[in-house]
Ligand binder design. Sequence first.
Ligand SMILES: Nc1ncnc2c1ncn2[C@@H]1O[C@H](COP(=O)(O)OP(=O)(O)O)[C@@H](O)[C@H]1O
Ligand SMILES: [Mg+2]
Length: 261
Amino acid sequence: MTTVLQLPAVAGTHVTIRGLHKSFAGVPLYQEFNLDIPRGKIISIFGPNGCGKSTLINMISGLTAIDSGEILFDGKSLKETDIGYVFQNYRDALFPWMSAWDNIAYPLKRRGLGADKVKARVRELADLFEIKFNLGLFPYELSGGQQQTVCIMRALATKPEILFLDEPFSALDFEMTLFIRAKLQEANLLAGVTMMIVSHDLEDAVFLADRILLLTRRPTRVAEFMHFDMPRPRAPEAVSAPEFIQTKSAALQIFQREMRS
Ligand SMILES: Nc1ncnc2c1ncn2[C@@H]1O[C@H](COP(=O)(O)OP(=O)(O)O)[C@@H](O)[C@H]1O
Ligand SMILES: [Mg+2]
């Protein structure tokens, strides 16, 4: 791959994307796309249906090959970087033949961690996520919200430096959405893990974000990379605060402008 660092990385950057190109069946999705993703922040990705939100996090996380360009994590390649990924559909994401506990322990065991260390880390995660159900249960015995919680615990098990989540709330009820919103914030504050969260719901997107990445229709560009500095942890009531409403409406205006153009 050729080095195309035309633009210097911005200070505090975790992921640097330079000169990214991606087409599907000859139709360009990303062309000469550049982006700096700040370290330790929660980034929400919002944009029109089919604009390439999932493809963007899939290219960064290596699930989808890029055509050309460069993606670096602190100057390192993906191979040298520990990442976590929470899939859009939790129903298919867990190993059905393993208990919840074994699902969470799986990436730790694969690393060759000793049994005591595995147990300690699973317990730590169970505390963080205030788990009140039996982790000995199998995925099919859990509610959707419980399954999604297990998916997130598994993705965080190895303490990745960056976590990708594709529409983590799309199949959750409101109570569970509030819970997962709170827990993702806690995990971010506790471990400083960078999070990139795809959302089709503007309220979810703004609620969690330090930065809101607004994308255009394809070929996809950055319409705006907004800041939202409301203090954390943000309580559910934050959605009624003037600064929240203001940011959400500013994002909506940019979205609508892009839809019209
Ligand atoms: N594997 C693929 N093969 C062909 N086209 C694809 C593939 N993945 C995504 N696309 C196309 O790329 C565009 C962006 O898809 P996607 O990233 O899933 O959008 P979003 O998540 O923003 O809704 C869509 O037009 C989609 O049909
Ligand atoms: Mg998608």
